[in-house]
Design a protein around this ligand. Structure first.
Ligand SMILES: [Fe+2]
Length: 382
């Protein structure tokens, strides 16, 4: 039977060493007169924003650096107000997942107006946006090529995903050299986020052949280079592979979906305001153990792409999960206790996970009772 699907192409990707230098031409090509750079204070301290400013030459810009980790509703409201005040006609997002996710919805609010909560609660739909050029400085988020923004409702303490093709960046400038200064711990947690995107994008019930191909190849790139990138941040080949893997994984999951790992990680991130990569890292192997029986063939393929082989499909799949656990230990990833979780919260966290739309994309049917068991298992194992 021929399985129908759609695959939307929206973002021009410019990939390469020093590709940041091409941003001037891209801003000019889009006809932008004044842009807002949305970034993080630490990137100003690291002089990375200075590199961007140099590349922008005589282009008029303002810098906004007040986006927090797990971007909050009030971050978006304030930034959109600033964008309007400065009459910018385009946005450059520069940083990890937080500024890029934030920038995409700030661009909508700046162009269309409205209240961020209405978009989060699906009372308003995205109709138009300022053009966004995204420049990732970590290999993890994939947000530079996705159609979504994940924003925290601070009253509910719940992460909402706003999805629309109109949120997509016009241009993604992906320069692996920008990740050279990322410290080992962040390389590890953002890298596991990318690996999770690749695995969930490939195994999602929404996947199709293109998303599968991108996800599987991303597994190979990421699993083969993550340890090297963590151990030696200046390993340019490893940084290149990680950036390419992150990009391909982003393309994969944005066209299929994520699954139970992200449902649980977003619940943890909402409740404890913990980094997204860390939340994925502490959960990934336990969800894989749960999914194993229903996704054995795909999990065996994942294992093979990590260089792991076994006597049969199920054992290969199982060895693959072990391989990820070993990799996690080698790169010093934290466990769930490091997030200071309270087991009394597991019931609420399980309900939050079940409420996440991506629950329905997980390759094995999952409900709050199963989520509870996985949280408990991850806690007992740490
Ligand atoms: Fe993620």
């Amino acid at each position: 039977m021929i399985k129908p699907f759609e695959f939307l192409l929206t973002t021009k990707i410019i990939y390469g060493a020093d590709s940041l230098e091409q941003i001037y031409q891209e801003v000019k090509s889009l006809g932008l007169r004044k842009v807002m750079i949305i970034t993080e204070p630490k990137l100003i301290r690291l002089q990375l924003v200075a590199k961007l400013e140099k590349a922008l030459g005589d282009i008029n810009y303002v810098i906004y650096d007040e986006i927090e980790q797990n971007p909050k509703d009030y971050n978006i409201t304030k930034a959109a107000k600033e964008a309007r005040k400065h009459c910018v006609d385009g946005i450059i997002s520069f940083g990890g997942g937080s500024p890029i996710d934030a920038a995409k919805i700030i661009a909508v609010l700046a162009a269309q107006g409205g209240n961020i909560k209405d978009y989060m609660h699906k009372k308003a739909t995205v109709q138009r946006s300022l053009p966004v050029i995204s420049v990732p400085t970590t290999a993890g988020t994939g947000s530079e090529v996705t159609f979504s923004s994940v924003i925290t409702d601070t009253e509910e303490k719940y992460k909402h995903t706003i999805k629309s093709p109109l949120l997509a960046s016009k241009v993604a400038i992906v320069d692996p050299l920008l990740t050279l200064t990322v410290p080992p711990s962040i390389t590890a947690t953002t890298g596991i986020d990318a690996l999770t995107h690749a695995i969930e994008g490939y195994t999602s019930l929404q996947s199709e052949p293109i998303a599968e191909a991108l996800g599987l190849k991303a597994v190979k790139y990421i699993a083969g280079s993550l340890e090297k990138a963590v151990k030696d941040g200046n390993d340019i080949e490893a940084r290149d592979r990680m950036m390419m893997g992150s990009l391909m994984a982003g393309l994969s999951f944005s066209h299929s979906d994520v699954g139970a790992v992200h449902c649980m990680a977003e619940a943890l991130g909402s409740m404890y305001d913990a980094p997204h990569g860390t939340c994925n890292a502490v959960i990934l192997p336990y969800v894989m153990e749960y999914n194993l029986v229903k996704a054995a063939k795909k999990y065996a393929n994942i294992a093979n792409y990590m260089g792991v082989y076994g006597p049969n499909e199920l054992m290969t799949a199982s060895e693959g999960v072990e391989h990820i656990k070993i990799l996690s230990r080698k790169i010093g990833l934290p466990n769930i206790k490091s997030l200071s979780v309270n087991p009394e919260d597991f019931h609420l966290l399980s309900e939050m996970s079940e409420k996440n739309a991506a629950t329905h994309s997980n390759p094995r049917v999952i409900n709050k009772e199963e989520y509870y068991k996985i949280f408990t298992r991850a806690f007992a194992d740490s």
